[in-house]
Write a protein that binds this ligand. Structure first.
Ligand SMILES: [Fe+2]
Length: 295
């Protein structure tokens, strides 16, 4: 009886940022717009334009598969990242070397993202969540993840982000993510404030093994995010999350970080926005780009 009522609860449970740290915001852009963005990313790949960085997984030891951005800084950059010569060999080559490649300066190179970043529904939801109007975009990442035979790496494992105190990520799919093989984003509900105290078996400060997640939270709290191209999700990524490695096809995702203070206390890379685009925005939208360099 108890089991039954629990099941009903889980089906009816409407996920929202306030209570669960996770929300499906539905279609943020129409699928044809998502396709146009994806095509533009493919064009960059075809012409080796605006690409980088990408970790050279082939050059890493097995024990380095868990390394996050910060700990990678200790290593020789030349060995960790694919270099110019590698990129010149083309997509066929690099897709065998790395899990994914980011687009450089995404707001300059894909200005259509500005409308998505400033989406009123998204911005007001996050403002309400943090109970402040002082909301900013901390970082934007556009990534193409390759279908390949490389092992799971970095954010394919459950972790929580260390970028700052307040962080909500918008995860926007640019291709359909319908099955586990397509590589859904996965969020562990209620995991921001409720984390297991693991002494052994912890991978690093921010990362725990899959089996510890299932043991502590149970399957019902592990939410896989499925949606058509153009669908967005908001997640408080100070809670546990990961991206499943895609094995069916390449996966295209835009990540937008909403913060209240500068990420990594301002030590990270500065993103740029052109003054031409900034001027077109309303004052309250312009404010979101406070941490950007205007060029
Ligand atoms: Fe993350």
């Amino acid at each position: 009886m108890l089991r039954e009522s629990r099941t009903v609860f889980s089906i009816k449970m409407k996920l929202n940022l306030q209570e669960n740290g996770f929300k499906n915001v539905g279609l943020l852009i129409k699928p044809n717009k998502a396709k146009k963005l994806k095509d533009k990313i493919d064009y960059f790949f075809k012409n080796n334009l605006n690409l980088g960085p990408a970790v050279n997984i082939k050059n890493l030891a097995k024990s380095q598969m868990f390394l996050n951005g910060e700990s990678r800084k200790k290593f020789d950059k030349e060995k960790i990242y694919l270099n110019k010569l590698d990129f010149e060999k083309g997509t066929k080559f690099i897709r065998k070397m790395t899990n994914g490649v980011s687009i450089k300066q995404p707001i300059l190179n894909l200005p259509e993202l500005i409308n998505i970043c400033t989406d009123l529904k998204v911005v007001s939801t996050v403002q309400k969540y943090f109970q402040t109007k002082n909301l900013y975009i901390g970082y934007v990442k556009v990534r193409r993840f390759f279908k390949n035979r490389l092992p799971e790496f970095d954010t394919n494992f459950f972790h929580y982000d260390d970028n700052g105190k307040n962080l909500v990520k918008l995860v926007l799919y640019l291709n359909n993510i319908n099955t586990k093989n397509d590589g859904p984003f996965v969020y562990v509900i209620n995991s921001k404030t409720n984390k297991p105290k693991i002494k052994q078996n912890k991978i690093n400060k921010y990362m725990i093994p899959e089996k510890e997640v299932s043991k502590f939270y149970g399957k019902k709290l592990v939410k896989e995010a499925y949606g058509a191209a153009g669908t967005g999700f908001l997640a408080d990524t100070i809670g546990f999350h990961k991206g499943v490695k895609n094995t069916s096809k390449d996966r295209y995702v835009v990540y937008i970080n909403y913060v209240t203070t500068r990420e990594y206390k301002g030590k990270g890379e500065n993103l740029k926005i052109s003054s031409r685009h900034l001027k077109l925005l309303k004052k309250n939208q312009q404010k979101l780009f406070k941490f950007f360099e205007v060029v």
